[in-house]
Ligand binder design. Sequence first.
Ligand SMILES: Nc1nc2c(ncn2[C@@H]2O[C@H](COP(=O)(O)OP(=O)(O)OP(=O)(O)O)[C@@H](O)[C@H]2O)c(=O)[nH]1
Ligand SMILES: [Mg+2]
Length: 232
Amino acid sequence: MTTPESDNNKKVGNDTAQALEQGRLLFAKQCDFILGATNMNQVPVSELPEIAFAGRSNVGKSSLINALTGRNTLARTSNTPGRTRQVNFFDLGGRLMLADLPGYGYARAPKTEIAQWTTLIEDYLRGRVGLRRVCLLIDARHGIKATDNQVMKLLDQAAVVYQVVLTKCDKVKKAPLQARQKEVSTTLAGHTAAHPEIIVTSARKGHGIAELRAALTSLAAPGTLAEHEKLG
Ligand SMILES: Nc1nc2c(ncn2[C@@H]2O[C@H](COP(=O)(O)OP(=O)(O)OP(=O)(O)O)[C@@H](O)[C@H]2O)c(=O)[nH]1
Ligand SMILES: [Mg+2]
C-alpha cells in the first residue's frame, strides 16, 4: 500500500518483504490476555521477550495493540482518558509478551490513584526483567511533552531501549507530519536509549501497522521450524 503516511515509514530498517510477512504471521497468531497488575508483586513470571506500550493518557496505546493483533476488543479502549489503570499483559503466540501500560499525565483522577499508577509505571519500566523494548507513543498532533521527556530520561537511566511510535497520523496532514517527524528525531538524538527510527501509525486507518509488526517480530522468541519452513 502506498499512501503519504506509509511513505513516512520507508526508512524502517527491516522493512523487507520477508520481515513484513514474518510480522504478519506472528501477529495473526492467538493472543491471550494473561492478567492485569496493579503493582509489581502481581506481574506474571515470564521468559518471553516483552514489549511495553507507554505514553500519555489517551495517546492510543490500547488501540494500537488492538490494531497490531487485528482484534477490536482485546485491549480496552475509551474516549475517557485514564481507561487503562493497570499493566495488562498479553501473550502473543507464545513468542512475545505485550504489556499495555496505564497512561501518564492524566490529571483528573484522584491524587492517590495517580500516585499509584505513576509508581507502577516507573517500577515496571525500571525493573521488568525481559523488557526488550518500549514503544513510546507520541500523538502526531501534539509532539513530545514534558511528561514524555521525564519517561525518556527514566528509560535512558535504566538503559531500556525505546522507540517512538507516532499515533493518530490520520489526523495530521503530510507536511506538518513530516515536520513533526523531524522535530522528534532531533529530540531523540539527545537521548542515549532512544532507537533512532520513528514509526508513523494510525490504528484507525492501519498505516504503519505492518511495519511496526515487523519491527517487533525481530525481537520475538524464535518460532517453530514449521513456521520458518513456511517462509521458505
Ligand atoms: N483518529 C484516531 N483516533 C485514535 C487512533 N488511535 C486511538 N484513537 C482514539 O483515541 C482515544 C484513546 O484511545 P486508547 O487506545 O483508549 O488510548 P490509551 O492510550 O490506551 O488511553 P489510556 O488507557 O486512557 O491511557 C479513543 O477514542 C480512540 O478511538 C488513531 O489512530 N486515529
Ligand atoms: Mg489504554
